[in-house]
Write a new protein. Sequence first.
Length: 117
Amino acid sequence: MPSDLVPAPAVKDDTPMIIYILYLAGFFSGITSLVGVIMAYVNKQSAAPWAQTHYRFQIRTFWIGLLYGFVSFVCLFILIGIPMLIFVAVWMIVRCAKGIKASSNGQPHPNVETWWW
């Protein structure tokens, strides 16, 4: 078989996966989420199109999560903040899990613009 007919192997980019893991590690050490969003900003322009969707989703996840977390923290004083913080944690875990699933298959994120899952 001639070598020009053999498909080139796809370049595997593990950076989106690493960022999702950093976000999840942020539950134990908040600084890792900050490192993750910086990595997403740095890599978003030069990445493959499928990875660019993950970086955009990760950047949105960081900022929306920060907003949800801030509102939940403020609401702690009226006692509704505790269930809100639990919701934010579940929200973050689900978003990261969906991103990890798509990223591990080398697929673009299916819905980058969503504020929910």
